[in-house]
Design a protein around this ligand. Structure first.
Ligand SMILES: O=C(CO)[C@H](O)[C@H](O)COP(=O)(O)O
Ligand SMILES: [Fe+2]
Length: 218
């Protein structure tokens, strides 16, 4: 059975038709909606806040996978939960009290993820691996869509998969940045099971076909 989940990133959607763009990925077989929240501080770009997420919550029943690229994630957990997030991922680089924030997310009844920049070692999540639902491995430096995949992510995913399996844990491995049909097969082979794709989905002439190709079923 193919258990790979595809999370199209609406960062690459046409914002002037955001509702239609979300309906498109829903009808095309997406498993999650990936929402990139950028604060213009942790990353050099500004995107969506809770009011936008609350508005699009009415458009689809797909789970919302909220990727917080913000300097003070502790201030935004509850607002994004209230707006309709299902998974909240914070960056390890922004969270000295990572364990507390993971508990805060879980106390809200939501799934908790930790993301690592390409230059951040896996060692920083060792002590919280049994507490999280998901680790998000960045395969580009966060901030923009349409960047080139950084190949070191493949080995990093494989090492993370070994850590998870050795501890007999059930933790999703998500990968984000530069994912297309070709890089998808490499990260799936390494152990990733949730694939974020922005430009490879929204830039494709046939979104349904693009999602299938990334999933690896044709
Ligand atoms: O978190 C992100 C950037 O910081 C985006 O989710 C990511 O870049 C997706 O876009 P693409 O698939 O075009 O690389
Ligand atoms: Fe993202």
């Amino acid at each position: 059975m193919n258990t790979i989940k595809i999370a199209p990133s609406i960062l690459s959607a046409d914002f002037s038709h955001l509702a239609d763009e979300i309906i498109k990925i829903d009808e095309a077989g997406a498993d999650l909606v990936h929402i990139d929240v950028m604060d213009g501080h942790f990353v050099p770009n500004l995107t969506f806040g809770p009011p936008v997420v609350a508005a699009i919550r009415k458009i689809t029943n797909l789970p919302f996978d909220v990727h917080l690229m913000v300097t003070n994630p502790q201030d935004l957990i509850v607002p994004f939960v209230k707006a309709g997030a299902d998974i909240i991922t914070i960056h390890a680089e922004t969270a000295p009290h990572m364990h507390r924030l993971i508990q805060n997310i879980k106390e809200c009844g939501k799934r908790a993820g930790i993301s690592l920049n390409p230059s951040t070692p896996l060692a920083v999540i060792e002590e919280v691996l049994s507490d999280v639902d998901m680790i998000l491995i960045m395969s580009v430096n966060p901030g923009f869509g349409g960047q080139k995949f950084i190949p070191n992510a493949i080995n990093k995913i494989a090492r993370l998969k070994t850590m998870i399996d050795e501890r007999k844990l059930t933790v999703d491995i998500e990968v984000d940045g530069g994912i297309n049909a070709a890089t998808a097969q490499q990260v799936i082979a390494a152990g990733a099971n949730i694939l974020v794709a922005g430009s490879a989905v929204y830039g494709a002439p046939d979104i349904k076909q693009a999602i299938k190709s990334i999933r690896g079923i044709d």
